[in-house]
Write a protein that binds this ligand. Structure first.
Ligand code: X5A
Ligand code: ZN
Length: 688
């Protein structure tokens, strides 16, 4: 298996720029690409990727998403002089042409197609194309928003046509609505388009009614267009994660794509002059990670926007480093989503509940008539047309205003993302001698050999006199393994133990780890000695007989049909376990598989893979010794191989979902990332 990460870039795409004054377009500069690529080189990430050359897209390829008239018109631009370029540009919104942009636009599409070819033929697992011009605003017959050809839309059509891809997911995390992509696939159920975007009740560019949450697609494509409009600026890491946990991921898993595109615009990051959002660059590591177990790991990230050069370069690095498989530090300040984000989440969930079984139990839409919320159209000066026909005074004034704005933006600072060091030991296995070690893993042995003092302490504090030498050694080794994880010398591990209860009790009792997220699988009881408190959050999946504790650190998740209920299981993992885990911020994840645990292999792999977004990837899997079957697949997941696709999901058992929702109600005050809806909105005019 040669499963690397592709990086597709060519300096040629830096060779066009704005040739006249246009405040709306001046942020789209060649440096965007230069700094992004340089940051990848400087950090050593570029070297770790498989570098793949760009090519020009053919006419036939461009015509997959554009009209012949439009292509023919753009073809003439390399021969135009300034005046004609300006005139041509004026036909479209917030875009500019340059004699070399047609060439670059063909390379941008070609780069994206190269990425698709290499991912689909498994030459690489995933990859990123660093391109200019961006694509998601361009339409069948129109350039728009710095975009000439719709790179991702063309690539999605191409993947269907040339690689037999049946279902494509496009995740557009750029801060603008990729209306061009929406239009292209509006009635197409084979392409699921998800976009969040700054909207502010239609007052933000491109000011389209159809960017709101109630544009769900049409005809056969109804339900396959998911818009999450942001009605305020300043959205944070929590807001982004909440949308992933409660809208995008459940829908994406139910859809089960064969290929995932990311319209990877980074104007949704802090410091961006367009977005005015507050999510930090490291959030893109987690957003990327959360998508990497869809479609067997086939993820193609394609650059769209991003106009703060510092934020952009950092965000690009975070994305690529995650595609490469490095662990990500915990995102800062996960306080929970804001009220406005919760309203958006609520609206999107309720309008989509009739299309997606995973949202069936979403609350009803807000009572107000949605149409009353679209009347505030912006006074967006200077965003249409060119500066040329504006009087000189007005132009000066605008420039001064712009300068002022820029000064304000300069003051936005945020800490540089932490270095992400991958421990030298990735996956260690603690296995009885007779069990063979999986390729790519190392058998664990304590760094400095067994420490007699520590062993004596272990005997005295934890064990009954009766325990045999082998048990003592094993338990000692487990503590040593966890110790090395805490020091970041080892990333993760798997231990086959004769008594998972004893091992889990030891590892949560000793003050080894600061905070343990204990995920207990199956119907058996969590050992009574394990105390749920701020040092141990217990999530028991498929607890049919939970104990009474109402602690915020004890979360019993029932599954009536057992762990064989794929849809119910994923609903619990995406909507409860992950938000809890992200908010809890563990330093270690203990995933316990006791005897007789019925969980299906592919679900177990999804769970193992997804949990590695937590605790810097420090996961220790404890498997009851006679359950030997899952060692190989667990090790593979721990090594960072993508979990296999689950296929389209059915509806989760409705009794289970009802108990999930009761659980959410009980826990969401303590764990705000669990919220899926805004606190009761104040009564409107009706009561005077
Ligand atoms: C790709 C992208 C933004 C256009 C903004 C125009 N375009 N006001 O981010
Ligand atoms: Zn954008």
């Amino acid at each position: 298996m040669t499963m690397g990460t592709a990086l597709i870039y060519d300096e040629e795409m830096t060779k066009y720029k704005l040739l006249w004054v246009d405040p709306a377009c001046k942020i789209e500069v060649p440096e965007r690409l230069i700094v992004s690529y340089e940051a990848l080189v400087k950090s050593g990430l570029a070297d770790r990727c498989v570098s793949i050359p760009v090519r020009e897209a053919t006419d036939a390829e461009i015509l997959l998403a554009h009209s012949e008239e439009y292509l023919e018109a753009v073809k003439k631009t390399p021969f135009m002089h300034l005046e004609d370029l300006m005139t041509f540009t004026r036909k479209y919104g917030d875009v500019y042409f340059h004699p070399n942009i047609y060439h670059c636009a063909k390379l941008a599409v070609g780069a994206t197609l190269q990425l698709v070819d290499n991912v689909m033929t498994r030459k690489v697992r995933n990859g990123m194309a660093l391109v200019r011009p961006p694509g998601h605003h361009s339409q069948s017959s129109a350039a728009n928003g710095f975009c000439v050809f719709n790179n991702v839309a063309i690539a999605a059509q191409y993947a269907k046509k040339h690689h037999g891809v049946k279902r494509v997911l496009i995740v557009d995390w750029d801060v603008h609505h990729g209306q061009g992509v929406q239009y292209c696939f509006e009635d197409d159920p084979s392409v699921l388009y998800f976009s969040w975007h700054r909207y502010e009740h239609q007052s933000f560019w491109p000011n389209l009614r159809e960017s709101d949450f109630d544009s769900v697609g049409s005809g056969k494509g109804a339900g396959f267009n998911v818009n999450v409009p942001w009605n305020q600026v300043g959205m944070t890491n929590s807001d982004y994660l909440a949308v992933f946990f409660h809208i995008l991921l459940p829908v994406a898993y139910e859809f089960s794509p064969d290929l995932v595109f990311i319209c990877a615009g980074f104007d949704s990051a802090i410091g961006d002059p367009e977005g005015h959002m507050c999510a930090t660059p490291d959030i893109f590591a987690h957003l990327t990670h959360l998508l990497m177990n869809l479609a067997d790991g086939k993820v193609c990230a394609v650059l769209e926007g991003g106009y703060n050069l510092t934020s952009l370069a950092q965000s690009v690095c975070q994305t690529v480093q995650t595609l490469l498989g490095d662990p990500a530090p915990h995102p800062a300040e996960l306080g929970g989503p804001c009220e406005s984000a919760l309203e958006s989440i609520h609206s999107a969930r309720s309008i989509h509940k009739k299309y997606w079984s995973c949202l069936q139990h979403a609350a009803a839409p807000f009572p107000e008539e949605p149409s009353t919320r679209h009347c505030r159209l912006a006074q967006q000066g200077g965003s249409q047309g060119l500066q040329g026909n504006v009087g000189e005074d007005a132009q000066k004034e605008e420039e001064e205003e712009e300068e002022e704005k820029e000064k304000e933006e300069e003051e936005i600072v945020w800490p540089e993302p932490l270095q992400r060091v991958a421990p030298s030991l990735h996956t260690t296995l603690l296995l009885p001698d007779i069990v063979e070690c999986t390729d790519g893993c190392a058998r664990f042995s304590p760094a400095d050999g067994p420490d007699p003092l520590a062993i004596a302490r272990l005997r005295k504090n934890f064990l009954k006199e009766s325990e045999d030498e082998a048990t003592v050694t094993l338990l000692y080794n487990l503590t040593a393994l966890v110790g090395q994880m805490e020091k970041n010398e080892i990333r993760n591990g798997l231990a086959l133990v004769p008594d998972v209860s004893m091992a889990a009790t030891l590892l949560t009792s000793a003050s080894l780890s600061k905070r343990v997220l204990l995920v207990w699988m199956g119907e058996g009881l969590v050992p009574a000695q394990i105390i749920e408190d701020e040092k141990t959050l217990v999530v028991h999946i498929n607890s049919m007989a939970p104990h009474e504790a109402q602690s915020k650190y004890y979360v019993p998740i029932p599954l009536k049909k057992g762990c064989g209920d794929t849809a119910g299981f994923m609903q619990a993992v995406l909507g409860l376990l992950l938000p809890l885990g992200y908010q809890y911020e563990p330093s270690l994840v203990l995933l316990v598989r006791p005897q007789g645990c019925q969980v299906k292999e592919d679900l177990w792999q999804q769970l193992t893979c997804l949990l590695q977004g937590l605790a810097l990837g420090h996961t220790l899997v404890l498997v009851q010794e006679n359950e030997m079957a899952p060692v190989g697949v667990t090790a593979s997941s721990l090594l960072g191989n993508a979990a296999p696709s689950l296929g389209p999901l059915d509806a989760p058992g409705s009794e289970d979902v009802e108990s999930f929702e009761r659980l959410r109600l009980r826990l969401q005050t303590d764990w705000p990332l669990l919220q899926t809806t805004a606190p009761e909105k104040r009564r409107s005019k009706m009561d005077g």
